[in-house]
Design a protein around this ligand. Structure first.
Ligand SMILES: *[C@@H]1O[C@H](CO)[C@@H](O)[C@H](O)[C@H]1NC(C)=O
Ligand SMILES: *[C@@H]1O[C@H](CO)[C@@H](O)[C@H](O)[C@H]1NC(C)=O
Length: 385
C-alpha cells in the first residue's frame, strides 16, 4: 500500500488520468480473482503501463521475469519470444516460405520469405523559406527506407531514416529545411507509413500487404549525423500488426551478448527494396536479398573518413565487389542464421547504415550492430507502448 500512496502523491501522471486511481482500488479489492482477465477488459480505460507492481501482475506464460520500474512493471519474454510480455510473447523468426539461400549477387527474394521486412515511407509536403532569397518554396517529397518488425507494434530502423531535415533544390542550388508539421501532416508521425507483408512495391496497397500508421518515431539520442554512429531508431505502430504467414517478427541477438556476431568471416543476408546500382533514381520493385560476409572492421577502413566503432557497428559485404546494400536499403535488416533456443532462426544482427557508393571492390558496407543496443531497444520500445 505504501507503494500506491507513493504513486498517488508523486506522480503527476496519476492526476492527469484520474480514473486510474479508482481502477486500481477496484482491482485491489478483487484480489486475487482473475487480475489478468480484469485488466484485459480494462485495456480501453487505461494504458498498458498501468501501476500494478510485478507481484500483482500475471505476465504472459512465455515471460521469464518481471521488473518493477518506477510507476510501471515490465514483463520480459523468454529469449526467442518477443512482445510486451503481458499480452504477447510471440515466437520470433518464423517463416512459411523457405529462403533461397543460394544467392549469387542480389536476387529477388522468394516472395514473403522474409516476413519481418518492412517498408517505411516518409512523405513530406510543406513550404520552406529560403531566407537569403526571401522566398517560400513548396516541397513535396517522399523517401523510403527499410525496417524490421521485432514485436507486434515495434520496428527497428536506422536513425537517419527518421529525418529531422530534408534537402531540396531551387534554381539549381541545394538547401536543407527542418522538418516541421503543417496542415498536410499535422504531426511528425503522420509523415510515416509502414508497410508489412510486401514483396512487390507496385502492389503494396493490396493484400497480403498492410499499411499501418505510426504512433511514435524515435531516433537514438546520440545519433551523430556526421560520424553516423548510433544509427538506430524505433518506430512504434499505432496498433499491433496481425502476425500471419506474410508478417512475422524477427529474432534479436541474445540479450546476454552485446557483441554479436562474435565471429568474423561468417555469412549474413541483407534484404531491401533499394536501388540495384549506385546512382539509380528508383529502387527495386521487388524485395531483393543478397549474401554478405561479416568482416573484421579493418576491412572497412577505407569506407569512411570518420572513425568507426566496431563495438557498435558491423563491417559486411563482399570484398571482391558486386554484392552490397545500396540507397533505399537503409534501415533494413542484416540477418545471421543462428540457433535460438536450439532452433535455427534468422537473427537481426545489423541495420543497414551507410557505405561508400555500392558494391565496389574493397569497400564493404557499414551496419549498426544491434546487439550493442539491446538494453536501449528494450527500454525505449516500452516507453511508447
Ligand atoms: C543468459 O545468461 C544467464 C546466466 O549465465 C543464463 O542463465 C541465461 O540462460 C542466459 N540467457 C540466454 C537467453 O541465453
Ligand atoms: C563474393 O561474391 C562471389 C560471387 O558470388 C562469391 O563467389 C564469393 O564467395 C563472395 N565472397 C565473399 C567473401 O563473400
Amino acid at each position: 500500500m505504501m507503494w500506491l500512496m507513493h504513486q498517488s502523491s508523486n506522480s503527476p501522471k496519476l492526476l492527469l488520468v484520474g480514473p486510474n486511481f479508482f481502477v486500481i482500488l477496484v482491482i485491489l479489492f478483487l484480489l486475487p480473482f482473475q487480475i489478468h482477465h480484469l485488466t484485459h477488459t480494462l485495456e480501453y480505460l487505461m494504458p498498458l503501463d498501468f501501476f500494478l507492481p510485478c507481484k500483482l501482475l500475471k505476465c504472459h506464460q512465455k515471460a521469464i521475469k518481471c521488473i518493477n520500474h518506477p510507476f510501471r512493471p515490465e514483463c520480459i519474454c523468454d529469449y526467442g519470444y518477443q512482445g510486451d510480455g503481458y499480452w504477447f510473447c510471440d515466437e520470433c523468426g518464423l517463416t512459411s516460405q523457405t529462403q533461397n539461400l543460394r544467392i549469387v549477387g542480389g536476387v529477388e527474394a522468394v516472395p514473403n520469405s522474409w516476413p519481418s521486412a518492412a517498408l517505411v515511407v516518409f512523405s513530406y509536403k510543406n513550404l520552406a523559406y529560403i531566407s537569403s532569397l526571401g522566398v517560400y518554396v513548396s516541397i513535396d517529397q517522399a523517401y523510403s527506407c527499410g525496417a524490421v518488425l521485432i514485436d507486434r507494434n515495434t520496428l527497428l530502423t536506422a536513425a537517419h531514416c527518421i529525418q529531422e531535415s530534408v534537402r531540396f533544390t531551387y534554381n539549381g542550388n541545394s538547401y536543407v529545411t527542418e522538418v516541421t508539421t503543417s496542415s498536410n501532416y499535422p504531426t511528425i508521425e503522420s509523415m510515416y507509413k509502414v508497410y508489412l507483408g510486401v514483396h512487390d512495391r507496385t502492389r503494396m496497397n493490396q493484400p497480403p500487404a498492410v499499411q499501418l500508421s505510426v504512433k511514435k518515431v524515435y531516433r537514438h539520442e546520440s545519433y551523430d549525423e556526421t560520424s553516423k554512429l548510433n544509427d538506430i531508431g524505433i518506430i512504434k505502430l499505432s496498433k499491433e500488426a496481425e502476425l500471419n504467414q506474410y508478417i512475422q517478427i524477427s529474432c534479436l541477438p541474445n540479450p546476454n551478448t552485446s557483441f554479436y556476431p562474435s565471429e568474423v568471416n561468417i555469412k549474413s543476408f541483407a534484404i531491401g527494396w533499394g536501388t540495384l546500382n549506385y546512382g539509380d533514381l528508383t529502387g527495386s520493385d521487388v524485395l531483393q536479398n543478397v549474401d554478405l560476409t561479416i568482416y573484421d572492421g579493418s576491412r572497412c577502413k577505407d569506407v569512411s573518413i570518420y572513425d568507426n566503432d566496431w563495438n557498435s557497428q558491423i563491417c559486411a559485404g563482399n570484398y571482391s565487389g558486386g554484392k552490397d546494400t545500396c540507397q533505399g536499403d537503409s534501415g533494413g535488416s542484416l540477418f545471421v542464421l543462428d540457433k535460438v533456443n536450439q532452433k535455427y532462426r534468422f537473427i537481426t544482427a545489423g541495420i543497414v547504415s551507410y557505405g561508400q557508393e555500392c558494391a565496389k571492390p574493397g569497400l564493404p558496407g557499414i551496419y549498426t550492430r544491434v546487439s550493442y543496443y539491446g538494453e536501449w531497444i528494450q527500454s525505449n520500445k516500452w516507453k511508447y507502448n
